[in-house]
Every structure is written in C-alpha cells, then in structure tokens.
Design a protein around this ligand. Structure first.
Ligand SMILES: C[S@@+](CC[C@H](N)C(=O)[O-])C[C@H]1O[C@@H](n2cnc3c(N)ncnc32)[C@H](O)[C@@H]1O
Length: 437
C-alpha cells in the first residue's frame, strides 16, 4: 500500500482548482462547492491550505507567470497540468509561508504522478529551485500590481478611472480580504462578541481564524456573510414594515435578508431554481422569510410594488479581490452581453414600481457600462423616472463612495485603513430612482 505523502493531496487539489479555472473556465466557487470536486476528500486543514494556494496563484497570476517565464527556454504547453503545477509551486515559494524545499518537492511529486507532465519533472524542479534562489531578482515581475490584471481589463480601468486609480484598484486586489458580516440586528454587540471591528457603514469586519460556520452566532442565524459594499444597495431601498418590496435577481439572498429584516413583505425573484433553494435555506437559518418566485425577471408580472431592488447579473469585476478567478474567466464580450440584459431588466423593473415608489439598481461591476451608463440611458428612455439622490449620511459619512449625481460608486481601493487585509471593499455601483407620482 502506498503511504500518503504529507501535504501532497492539498497541493494536487490546489493545482486542480487552478487548472480548472485556467484551462476549463470553471469558476473557483463552483469547484470549491462541488461535493465531488477537488477538495472533496480533504480534511478541513488541507481544504483551507488548498484554497489558500489556489487563491494566491490566481490573485497573482500575472506576476507568477512572469517569474516562471524568466526560467523557461520555451513556452509551456498550456493544455496539461504543468503550468498549474508551476504556478501553485511558485505561489507557495514567493507568496506563502511554506518552506521552499516542501513547495519544490511536492510540485515535483505531483508532476511524477501526472502521466503527461512526468517527463517535465526535472524542469519543474529546476524552475522552482531557481525561483526560490533568485527571489530577490524577481521584483520586476512581483512589484507592479497591474501585472495581475488581464490587459483588456486594465485598459478598460485606465479609460474609466484613470491610470492612478486603476493601479490603486489592482493593488487593493492583491490582499486576500477580511470577512465582512451583516448582523440581523445589534451590530455593535455582535462586533464585540466576534472580537471584530465595525465599519462606518455598519458592516462587521474580522480576520477569522477558523471556518465561518464555527463562529459565534452563525448557527443562531444572527448574521450573514456580506461584503461591506454589497450591504449598501438594500439600505438605499429604506424598506419599512408593511411595504411590498420586490427583490429581482435575488439569490443567494444577502440583500433579500436585509430587506426581510426590515419587516417588509419581500418577493424574491430569480431565474435559477437551485440558487433560490439556497436563498430559502439561508433565510431559514436567519429566521427570516420572503416569498420566492422562480422567473425570468424580464418577464415577471405582479401588482406594482412600493419598492423594487434590481441587483442585476453583471461581469462581477468589482469582486476580483474576493474572487480572483473572475479576472481570468471574463472577457469584454461578456460585458457587452450583460449590459444588454441589464437594460432589459431595468425596463421590466421600472414597470413593477408604483407611482411614487422607489427603484434601486446595483451591480458589483467596475464597468461604467454596467452602472453609470445604464442609469443615464434609462433616465433618457423613461421620463416617468427621476433620480432620488443618495446622501452621504446613508453611506456612514463615506464621501468617497458618493458621486456628484448622488449615486454610489465604491472601488476596491476605497476604505484604505493601513492594514491591507482590513482595507477595501468590493467595487459596486448603486443608484436610487423614483417613479414620478
Ligand atoms: C448578482 S447575483 C444576485 C445576488 C443577490 N442579489 C444577493 O444579494 O445575494 C445575480 C442573480 O441574477 C440571477 N439572474 C440572472 N438573470 C436573471 C433573469 N433574467 N431573471 C431573474 N434572475 C436572473 C442569477 O441567477 C443570480 O442569482
């Protein structure tokens, strides 16, 4: 019987996660949640290690590719596992607290276990040893955060936000972010119980040292995981008890939970039945309720609502700090397609708002076509709508989140607070409109 080599299973799983993203276009979350996926057979410690290695490899993909290339004479065949083995090995050496010899030996071991890659075991050994030995000379690859942003995306950011902000966004995406939590109530009390801090917008922020479900309050449904930026749009609805509120594109339900916690009667619409099932499970844990409807929101018809929240499907380029695979899975063509869908969803959402009622639109995208541009175009085609400007008080006094038009625009480089892991928030856009009475 073969004796398992300590640490090998976690490295193989990490390589498989990275390979899945880069070669098969498989989103990291999908692979992580897959009961038959790469992490299935691992214990909690190895799962965490595997996730950390895969996360670092994808977060710093451009830097690591540059460092690896320096020691290659020929380009790698992108089809096999070889590149992913080198990336995960280099990530451990350059970015993680793993002894060099462990990272190198386990990468070589993995190569020997892979029939196609096996002949390249000496190459893996040589490249990773060189990286470890010459780490001081790799600054040109490691120091520029823009290297970790695909060129097309960096170009778009420079155009939208200017070169300095584009670089600051890329720099903010380098740190693995803290855990952000929204409390159902008593946020200050929960921040104390969790030994966490509370942000000006009310989000609780912490660096947990164990799995989320083991934190106090999780099983009691006292809070849910939600990025500080993602917590803003539902607040703009200002839902009140007794109001009828529609949450379009609702799953997995972070914003539905906020709306339901306000006491409003919430109808949560999503076209994905499995995702709506997750929403229902999440609300159950939290002791909250909402009516769920599986429907395409462009076709959904109902009595008009006091308020409608449309958190539209988008390219998610604002969430790269939490989901580093997004940068490498999306392309400019996705933004174009999603922008067309968002426009149709906005028209349908506007029709569902009562005269005098509120429409809040949000996306977790940094692309103006999915945010500012959508609302400017909607207001041109729909004279029955007007902006209802957001005030800085609604954003916990964070002037940097507020635009001149009274819309919300958060960038990952906002909320800079010294320690990178406790800084930043997802890039979100949100606007509040009112249907004229
Ligand atoms: C950004 S996520 C929503 C996140 C959610 N609002 C939250 O806070 O947890 C987008 C959602 O839109 C749903 N979706 C995409 N196209 C849709 C459509 N045409 N009609 C309804 N839902 C749609 C997806 O299934 C996905 O659950």
């Amino acid at each position: 019987m073969n004796v398992p080599i300590p640490g090998l299973a976690a490295r193989r799983a990490a390589t498989s996660l990275v390979h899945g993203v880069l070669q098969r276009g498989r989103p990291l979350d999908e692979a992580l949640d897959d009961p038959k996926g790469p992490l299935a057979a691992l214990d909690a410690r190895d799962r965490a290690l595997s996730r950390a290695i895969a996360g670092a490899s994808l977060r710093r993909l451009g830097s690591l590719r540059g460092a690896i290339k320096k020691f290659l004479r020929k380009p790698l065949d992108p089809r096999g596992a070889l590149e992913s083995i080198l990336l995960t090995g280099a990530a451990q050496i350059l970015l993680m607290d793993v002894p060099d010899h462990t990272a190198v030996d386990l990468a070589v071991e993995q190569t020997n276990h892979d029939r196609a890659a096996k002949p390249f075991a000496p190459l893996v050994n040589a490249v990773l040893r060189n990286i470890a030995r010459e780490r001081e000379s790799l600054g040109e690859f490691l120091d520029d955060p823009s290297r970790d942003v695909p060129q097309w995306l960096d170009d778009r950011r420079i155009k939208a936000w200017g070169p300095e902000t584009a670089k600051a966004i890329a720099a903010a995406e380098r740190a693995e972010p803290a855990l952000d939590i929204t409390a159902k109530s008593d946020a200050i009390e929960w921040a104390q119980k969790l030994n966490a801090e509370i942000l000006p917008t009310g989000t609780i922020r912490l660096l947990p040292d164990g799995p989320v479900p083991e934190l106090p309050g999780f099983n009691d449904g006292a809070w849910w995981v939600q990025d500080a930026a993602a917590a803003l749009p539902a607040k703009l609805v200002k839902a009140k008890a007794g109001q009828r509120v529609a949450d379009l594109c609702a799953a997995p339900g972070g914003k539905t939970a906020q709306l339901a916690a306000s006491g409003a009667d919430v109808v949560a619409v999503d076209r994905s039945a499995p995702r709506l099932r997750r929403l229902t499970e999440n609300l159950k844990r939290l002791g909250l309720s909402a009516q769920t409807v599986t429907a395409d929101a462009t076709q959904f018809k109902a009595e008009p609502f006091d308020a409608v929240l449309l958190d539209a499907p988008c390219s998610a380029t604002g969430t790269i700090r939490r989901h580093p695979d997004v940068a490498w899975l999306k392309g400019p063509e996705d933004i174009e397609k999603l922008a067309a869908l968002q426009a149709r969803l906005l028209d349908a959402a506007a029709d569902l708002v009562k005269p005098g009622g509120v429409l809040v639109y949000s996306t977790c995208s940094l692309e103006p076509e999915e945010g500012e541009g959508q609302i400017a175009a909607l207001l041109k085609r729909r004279p029955d709508l007007e902006r209802d400007p957001v005030s800085v008080e609604e954003l916990g006094g964070q002037t940097e989140f507020l635009t001149a038009l009274g819309e919300v625009r958060t960038l990952p480089c906002h909320l800079a607070r010294g320690e990178p892991r406790l800084s930043g928030l997802d890039g979100f856009y949100a606007a509040r409109l009112r249907r004229r009475p």
